[in-house]
Design a protein. Structure first.
Length: 272
């Protein structure tokens, strides 16, 4: 199937046929003092809209403070003290993106879990559409991809292209923009898939293991908003070396992975 596109046809949405119960949204953060308050505010507003629509019954926002050495942890603790829907997980040592995502998925209590970055790479107003796609397509994961990646810079765009091509060649996975930080995942996937990566390969590991286990993935395009403050380290040589090492480890691990009972895809690695 090609790009999944939905359009609004009425000012008042039809009542949802399925409520997902509790939604967990978590943000891996390292030195994000400039973004954290905005990220949580946007997340709160998007989730409140979902509750009003009846798409979810409640939500939680989780900050994974990956041993920040700025005021990220202190700001997160202050916000959590003021808002019972906000929780904070502090790492005593920096565990990188993979460790932070594993902590986030482990801490999440929701029936569905959204992972995204503190720098808000997509418009959180898209969240109702993401939830609607999961419901309407009975998908296990909705994974977003960027319509236009030129805003991240030429070098990052080249890295992204080569990386996606490499993942496709090694694992046969046919998913766009596999490392983009916007994924909505059902609880049943997290109960069945054990993630092991500590580095930035964890996005690809999640998708590859989920597809190999027979879960259904739907993709949708979103507008991309590149980081304007702080520093991204995802293109550093150390990160790239870690990705290659973890890619090799996963290739060996997949030998014993079989479809999960009740999962509905054909076990292939394509997308809808």
């Amino acid at each position: 199937m090609g790009d999944v596109v939905e359009s609004e046809t009425a000012a008042v949405p039809n009542p949802p046929t399925e409520s997902f119960g509790v939604l967990s949204v978590f943000y891996p953060m390292w030195n994000e003092e400039e973004y954290i308050e905005r990220a949580l505010d946007y997340g709160r507003r998007a989730c409140d809209a979902l509750v009003e629509r009846g798409d979810i019954t409640d939500y939680e926002l989780i900050v994974i403070d990956d041993a920040s050495d700025d005021d990220t942890g202190a700001i997160a603790d202050r916000i959590a003290a003021e808002d019972p829907r906000v929780r904070v997980i502090h790492h005593s040592v920096n565990r990188k993106l993979g460790g932070s995502m594993r902590s986030g998925f482990a801490a999440a209590r929701g029936d569905v879990v959204l992972y995204t970055d503190a720098d808000l790479p997509f418009d959180m107003a898209e969240l109702p559409r993401i939830v609607r796609l999961m419901r309407d397509y009975d998908a296990d994961i909705v994974s977003a991809y960027r319509f236009d990646r030129t805003g991240e810079g030429a070098l990052r765009a080249v890295y992204t292209f080569v990386y996606n091509a490499l993942v496709k060649a090694v694992f046969g996975v046919r998913l766009r923009d596999i490392n983009f930080a916007c994924k909505l995942v059902r609880r049943r996937v997290l109960d069945a898939v054990a993630l092991r990566s500590e580095g930035s390969f964890i996005d690809a590991e999640l998708m590859i293991r989920a597809k190999r286990s027979g879960f259904e993935v739907v993709q949708m395009g979103v507008d991309y908003f590149p980081r304007t403050r702080g520093v991204s380290t995802l293109s550093s040589p150390g990160v790239i070396v870690t990705i290659l090492r973890e890619m090799w480890t996963l290739r060996r691990d997949l030998v014993g992975v079989r479809p999960v009972a009740g999962a509905r895809s054909d076990g292939g690695l394509g997308d809808r």
